[in-house]
Ligand binder design. Structure first.
Ligand code: ZN
Length: 443
């Protein structure tokens, strides 16, 4: 099927910024050369609109999508570890197959409606591990979201759950799905034994997939590594064989200079999650020093990458007023390059002939002159997800006039509300998780 988006202004690349007035022709899931449409197909009038590359959320947890509004009856958490023990490590144990699917659908719906075409997810459901990634992949395929999935292997629960996590990653990596790729998921150094981390690296070596792991999100991760292994987190991961070009390291906040250099030189990607970092009060990553492989994620707080780019900018400027205005849009472009490498699609994230057609039509007035030179200024101080009108993933229209195309979004929300009610009830009967990192509380 041919699709032609005509009359719009095309942001064909975010890094370096490129803008042109052009029609976009899509055939066979890809952008084709303008004017080559072989049949009538579908024509979308994009007059007055901006057509931009679909955003990528480089680190999220779709399993948390039904936590929105969840009642909380325990003593308020006083630090990051308590946030895990009292919220997320209770919720993940309450997940069953039905709520895994509903969470993925709700998270995927939110992604598409705000112009995010790919999510890089880190999934945990310790009491429903086997087959869980198929459920997430199936839900996202039903909506038309591109994804990179993994299971969050961890020793915080029973030994057989850690083993099941390793197995689930390997099982999923053996599949070939058009819109989904896999990684090897591991929670974080502080919940991984040597044996389990080695098992993850072993799967990584055998499949060629990199690890997706939280790194030094909180200082407790460093204290635990020093106490148990006599070295900091990054040297531990480096020694285990985690640090290389295929890896995705989430957060990277509490790194010293040597660790920052190791990460930068390894070629690994880094997911920077500024909103989540502020929400959890875990500190600010020295992201500028980590190099060009930094992408942006939400860590599960929605999937609005227009908002996350602004959060990255303003939190960055709070620390350093010289942070360039084009830094966040370059980070969005890097997220697309990361996903492009996994899909073998070097043009992902660009709107040019041969690129996978993942793009977003923004119905938004542009009230001041716009050019490639000042695009980042428009992005930071004007463009927002409220303008998302249509979304195309792999050449298929998946959002049209602000509504999902492939799934009834009202019905989805009604079903999810019922599933959430049951999930919250199960969660309320689960106590705080007993797992503690070694190395004690903050000094
Ligand atoms: Zn995370």
């Amino acid at each position: 099927m041919t699709l032609v988006l005509f009359g719009g202004t095309v942001v064909s690349c975010l890094d370096p910024p490129m803008i042109e007035r052009a029609d976009v022709t899509i055939e066979g899931g890809r952008v084709s050369v303008p004017g080559t449409a072989t049949d009538g197909g579908t024509r979308l009038d994009c007059s007055g609109c901006l057509i931009v590359p679909g955003n990528v959320c480089a680190h999220t947890h779709l399993y948390s999508a039904l936590a929105r509004g969840m009642p909380y009856g325990l003593a308020p958490p006083a630090n990051f570890v308590q946030i895990l023990q009292r919220i997320w490590w209770r919720l993940d144990r309450a997940l069953d197959e039905e709520s895994i699917r509903a969470s993925a659908l709700v998270g995927g719906l939110e992604a598409l409606l705000c112009g995010t075409t790919t999510v890089v997810d880190h999934h945990a459901s310790p009491n429903a591990v086997d087959g869980s990634l198929d459920i997430v992949a199936g839900a996202l395929e039903d909506l038309g979201v591109r994804s990179v999935l993994c299971y969050e292997t961890s020793d915080r629960d029973a030994a057989q759950i850690a083993e099941a996590g390793v197995r689930e990653n390997e099982r999923f990596l053996a599949q070939r799905r058009p819109l989904t790729r896999g990684m090897v998921g591991a929670h974080a150094s502080f919940t991984l034994s040597t044996e389990t981390l080695d098992a993850c690296v072993d799967v990584s070596h055998r499949t060629g997939a990199g690890l997706h792991i939280h790194v030094a999100e909180d200082a407790s991760d460093q204290r635990d590594s020093v106490e148990r292994f006599g070295m900091r987190v990054v040297p531990r991961l480096e020694k285990a064989g985690v640090l290389h070009e295929g890896a995705m390291l989430a957060h990277c906040i509490h790194l010293d200079e040597a660790e920052t250099a190791s990460v930068r030189e390894s070629g690994a990607s880094i997911a920077h999650n500024p909103t989540s970092n502020m929400n959890n009060s875990v500190g600010h990553a020295a992201v500028a020093a980590l190099g060009d492989r930094v992408a942006l994620g939400t860590d599960g707080i929605g999937a609005d990458m227009f908002a996350e780019a602004k959060a990255a900018y303003f939190r960055g400027r709070d620390d350093d007023v010289s942070l360039p205005i084009g830094w966040p849009t370059a980070r969005l472009a890097e997220g697309a390059r990361f996903v492009g490498r996994l899909f073998g699609e070097t043009k992902l994230g660009r709107i040019e002939p041969g690129a996978p057609a993942d793009l977003v039509v923004l119905d938004t007035p542009v009230p001041t002159p716009m050019s490639a030179e000042n695009l980042a200024g428009h992005w930071m101080f004007g463009i927002a997800s409220r303008a998302v009108r249509d979304v195309v993933v792999a050449g298929e229209i998946v959002v049209r006039e602000r509504r999902l195309v492939k799934v009834d979004q009202d019905e989805l929300a009604a079903v999810a509300t019922e599933v959430a009610r049951r999930l919250w009830e199960r969660c309320s009967s689960i106590g705080p998780h007993g797992f503690d990192p070694k190395g004690g509380d903050a000094p």
